[in-house]
Design a protein around this ligand. Structure first.
Ligand code: NAI
Length: 339
């Protein structure tokens, strides 16, 4: 159905070039659409030629966002839904549900400090997804992702509709950051650079596999340590720069739009779609783990296990070091969902 599509994982684009003609057939719901991430994410998704309907849900302020976006002359029809009474309808007939609802960090906070508020929000929203769009791809942005994805899995299990191939923690921003920082440091063309990032999405659980960077690059040990720490703390860099006004929203929206667009390309039958994501996994002894995956019509089609083979000593040590923290975050999420 497409005239030309980018072939490699590194060479993808969000905005289609003129001449790309595709049927716009998919529907996407964004839960938390009026927020700092939700608004620019809605705008970027509105630009996708693959979308026929964009459902914007929030507990407040969504009407204005929807009216505004609806004037863009791209195919996606915008519908707005406000408050719990309209949540179910926002989820009817959608192919992808993206969840950026919840509170963001302020300076001095870790992602885990958000747990008490966001865990409940994610549970409620995913219950509604289970009831109204059980076959949709579910993409969780709300932090702490390391715990909110296991919460979502438990909720879906209780509802009898859990498909581990269709539940994703959005870690694309870690890849986007790694690509940007590596390209800057090594003077590479940004479009060429692709760094797999594995583990989880908080602090030391974010593990960029710099030895697997494409194109192949050599780093000094100093460079590896500096880049790894910068990628792990990049979110905090933004939180501190915003000084109380929130965390990453624009780069996050960009990253999530890329993940959504990749998912839609996969649903549309593109056989060559790869992204990193935090999913139920057998790659390590941990039940959830972020890694590169191949996306297909039914969700996760394959896990790229070879990324964890032949790691450097530094990467291997970092991998072992992140496991206890990630394990604790997973268990915290599961315990919350079952209490
Ligand atoms: P924000 O506060 O600007 O927006 C959150 C939105 O969620 C608001 O519009 C609010 O009304 C809405 N909301 C709250 N409770 C809701 C509910 N029960 N149902 C529906 N909507 C609800 O926050 P921002 O900056 O957009 O961040 C959102 C989340 O994304 C935070 O948890 C943040 O930590 C996370 N985040 C995740 C990243 C990732 O890489 N996965 C990166 C950056 C942020």
């Amino acid at each position: 159905s497409s005239v030309s599509r980018p072939r490699s994982a590194e060479n993808r684009q969000i905005v289609p070039s003129a001449g790309q003609i595709r049927a716009s057939t998919f529907k996407v719901a964004i839960l938390g659409a009026a927020g700092g991430i939700g608004q620019p994410l809605s705008l970027l998704i509105k630009m996708s030629p693959l979308i026929s309907g964009l459902h914007l849900y929030d507990i407040a302020n969504v009407k204005g966002v929807a009216a505004d976006l609806s004037h863009c002359n791209t195919p996606a029809q915008i519908l707005d839904f406000t408050g719990p009474a309209e949540l179910a309808n926002s989820l009817k007939d959608v192919d992808v549900v993206v969840i950026p609802a919840g509170v963001p960090r302020k300076p001095g906070m870790t992602r885990d400090d958000l747990f008490n508020i966001n865990a409940g929000i994610v549970r409620t929203l995913v219950e509604a997804v289970a009831d109204n769009s059980p076959n949709a791809f579910i993409q969780i942005i709300s932090n702490p992702v390391n715990s909110t994805v296991p919460i979502a899995a438990e909720v879906l299990k209780k509802k009898g509709v859990y498909d581990p191939k269709k539940l994703f923690g959005v870690t694309t921003l870690d890849v986007v950051r790694a690509n940007t920082f590596v390209a800057q440091k090594k003077n590479l063309r940004l479009i060429d650079v692709d760094v797999p990032v594995v583990g989880g999405h908080a602090g030391i659980t974010i593990l960029p596999l710099l030895s697997k960077t494409k194109p192949s690059v050599t780093f000094t040990q100093d460079e590896i340590e500096q880049l790894t720490i910068r990628i792990q703390n990049a979110g905090t860099e933004v939180v501190e720069a915003k000084a109380g006004a929130g965390s990453a929203t624009l780069s996050m929206a960009y990253a999530a739009a890329r993940f959504v667009e990749s998912s839609l390309r996969a649903l549309d039958g593109d056989p060559d779609v790869y992204e990193c994501s935090y999913i139920q996994s057998e790659l390590t002894e941990l039940p959830f783990f972020a890694s590169r995956i191949k996306l297909g019509k039914k969700g996760v089609e394959a896990v790229i296990a070879s990324d964890l083979e032949g790691l450097t000593e530094y990467e291997q040590k970092s991998l072992e070091a992140l496991k206890p923290e990630l394990k604790a975050s997973i268990e915290k999420g599961i315990a919350f969902a079952n209490k």
